[in-house]
Ligand binder design. Structure first.
Ligand SMILES: *[C@@H]1O[C@H](CO)[C@@H](O)[C@H](O)[C@H]1NC(C)=O
Ligand SMILES: *[C@@H]1O[C@H](CO)[C@@H](O)[C@H](O)[C@H]1NC(C)=O
Ligand SMILES: *[C@@H]1O[C@H](CO)[C@@H](O)[C@H](O)[C@H]1NC(C)=O
Ligand SMILES: *[C@@H]1O[C@H](CO)[C@@H](O)[C@H](O)[C@H]1NC(C)=O
Ligand SMILES: *[C@@H]1O[C@H](CO)[C@@H](O)[C@H](O)[C@H]1NC(C)=O
Ligand SMILES: *[C@@H]1O[C@H](CO)[C@@H](O)[C@H](O)[C@H]1NC(C)=O
Ligand SMILES: *[C@@H]1O[C@H](CO)[C@@H](O)[C@H](O)[C@H]1NC(C)=O
Length: 514
């Protein structure tokens, strides 16, 4: 009986175009639903990638060229309060951490050239403005800090001929150069005229000349940088998106011993290749850091309703073990654990970078001075929060401490008592707190809509398909039931009636019969 019913239903389906149409639509919808559920993620990725590519005129390009963010740099200066006792009595230097001195920044990329091969070339333009209301102190506060040009010169003369050191001592005597200088915070950062650099500019042979006669730790950073940066736009491969291809026409550094350590193939910290997973290692290149800084996943974070991944340098990033040997071409001995020797990028001055308060560095470095509290990861760690799907930095703190590695030189009387020490000068954090409303609402849209849309489309289409199938089956059962009734009445009908009344009103049925 059941077999006959099914057989009749099949006959009915074969003969009735309307039911055939409904069943076919149902199957198509069901398949569409499944296809959506499976491939929607890939479509969203393709769409995001397409939108992210830095094409002149696109919205991402505008945001990249003139980021609508309010970056800032907060500077903390270590004021030396016992310079005389330190030099005359051999006491530990006592430091007083002052600040923050806050500068707001405006970022821009200028003279952007499209190289037509998936790269753009440009110059960075950064404008800094002091923000007295956000700062603790004014940028004309006078601080006492080591005389970096002088101590660089004396430390470098350590291996020179003795008469040169003696000559240096008399020049410094005449020019009244002292191992500590009292300068304002603004001068320390943006530059002050240094007698030694001025002299060097006049007497030193041209090819060894320092490019400046002013000294400042951020000297020349306010304004358009002379460096030409070439960056991948993502047009050729999204894995290169935002990665620096060349810096001043060079595709790698010259200072280190291996190609890997000389690489500059990193992001500038604002955009990263999208679709970041927790296993990825991000890389940031900064000219002053003189190397790529690797960043690893630390934790998940949330900011204004957007999920992000926090990336931070691994703990051994500045360690003095085997994997950092390539950064020590003159060694061993190499820089102590937790310090990075950037002297080759700083005209041979013995500048060492570390994290603030010697975070992740040998604790003995901090104990050589007084007045630096033990490092706290939350306050002194460098991190970048990225939105993993789009690779956009949502929040960042680039925290670096600048130290001077002084070598004792007994022949120069001014510094004869200045012992071998890694002298902290200042630390700063540069970063963005949050993205502007327009960007965050787009990010929220991009991260929250796809999963919802995928569920809605996938489930919605499948459900509609199933509903139609159910409907068709109900129709069939009802019509086969009617046929059985007809047969019972003795009229054996080979073919079921063409259609019921309502379907005659249906345009499809009428048309298809023509
Ligand atoms: C820095 O220290 C010196 C003493 O060495 C002091 O005279 C000066 O006022 C200090 N600067 C600030 C801003 O506290
Ligand atoms: C140096 O130390 C001696 C004793 O150790 C002390 O009498 C003197 O006052 C100190 N000088 C300074 C400038 O602190
Ligand atoms: C940018 O381009 C303009 C005109 O093309 C030129 O005058 C200017 O010097 C360029 N600036 C830099 C920093 O190259
Ligand atoms: C793209 O073109 C620029 C300018 O012609 C060139 O400097 C750069 O090396 C090229 N980059 C690649 C990846 O081909
Ligand atoms: C940076 O340069 C701008 C103008 O080019 C100037 O107004 C501003 O005061 C400078 N900032 C600092 C900190 O010197
Ligand atoms: C990440 O690494 C872990 C352990 O190495 C591995 O089990 C996991 O499959 C990796 N995940 C991805 C997405 O590669
Ligand atoms: C820092 O690097 C320079 C250049 O390689 C080297 O001469 C100097 O000795 C290094 N300093 C330390 C403390 O390793």
């Amino acid at each position: 009986m059941a077999v006959r019913t099914i057989g009749r239903m099949v006959d009915y389906v074969k003969s009735n175009r309307k039911i055939r149409f409904v069943l076919a639509s149902a199957v198509v919808l069901l398949l569409l639903g499944i296809v959506c559920a499976i491939f929607f993620g890939a479509w969203v990725r393709m769409f995001i990638d397409h939108e992210l590519v830095l094409r002149p005129g696109s919205m991402t390009f505008e945001w990249w060229a003139r980021p609508p963010v309010r970056p800032f740099v907060r500077v903390y200066v270590y004021n030396v309060t016992n310079a005389d006792e330190f030099l005359n009595n051999g006491s530990k230097p006592i430091l007083d951490e002052l600040g923050p001195y806050v500068y707001s920044e405006e970022w821009e990329k200028v003279n952007i050239t499209d190289n037509e091969n998936g790269t753009l070339s440009f110059h960075y333009k950064r404008t800094y403005t002091f923000q007295p209301d956000m700062s603790k102190g004014m940028d004309d506060d006078v601080v006492v800090v080591p005389n970096i040009p002088m101590l660089s010169a004396t430390s470098q003369s350590k291996h020179a001929a003795r008469f040169l050191r003696l000559a240096m001592a008399s020049i410094m005597d005449i020019l009244k150069i002292k191992p500590f200088v009292a300068v304002s915070v603004g001068q320390l950062l943006w530059g002050y005229e240094d007698p030694l650099l001025k002299l060097a500019k006049d007497v030193v042979p041209k090819e060894q000349k320092l490019p400046y006669e002013e000294f400042g730790l951020f000297y020349g950073k306010n304004g358009t940088s002379p460096d030409i940066v070439t960056m991948f736009t993502g047009a050729t491969a999204m894995t290169d998106y935002g990665i620096i291809s060349r810096y001043n026409m060079r595709d790698k550094l010259q200072h280190w011993t291996t190609d890997e350590c000389n690489s500059i193939a990193g992001s500038d910290g604002s955009i990263f290749p999208p679709h970041i997973s927790k296993n990825d290692t991000l890389a940031v290149y900064d000219k002053d850091l003189c190397r790529l800084l690797p960043l690893k996943f630390l934790e998940e974070v949330e900011s204004v309703g957007i999920q992000g991944f926090r990336f931070t340098p691994p703990e051994d990033v500045f360690s003095n073990d085997e994997h950092n040997r390539c950064f020590c071409p003159a060694g061993p001995p190499c820089a102590p654990n937790g310090l990075f020797n950037v002297s080759l990028c700083q005209y041979d001055s013995p500048i060492m970078l570390s994290f603030p308060h010697f975070y992740l560095a040998d604790p003995s470095l901090r104990e050589k001075v007084e007045g630096i509290s033990p490092p706290v990861p939350e306050e002194h760690r460098l991190f970048i929060d990225v939105q993993p799907e789009m690779g956009i930095a949502m929040r960042a703190r680039a925290r670096i401490q600048i130290n001077l590695a002084v070598s004792q030189v007994v022949d120069i009387k001014q510094v004869a008592n200045f012992p071998d020490i890694v002298f902290p000068i200042l630390w700063f954090e540069e970063g963005i707190d949050e993205l502007p409303q327009q960007v965050t609402s787009l990010l929220r849209l991009a991260t929250q809509v796809p999963p919802v849309a995928r569920a809605a489309l996938g489930w919605g289409l499948s459900a509609l398909g199933i509903l139609l199938i159910l409907l068709a089956v109900t129709c069939l059962i009802r019509s086969s039931h009617r046929q059985s009734t007809l047969r019972l009445e003795g009229h054996v009908v080979a073919k079921p009636p063409p259609a019921k009344t309502p379907s005659k009103e249906n345009g499809y049925e009428l048309n298809s019969r023509r």
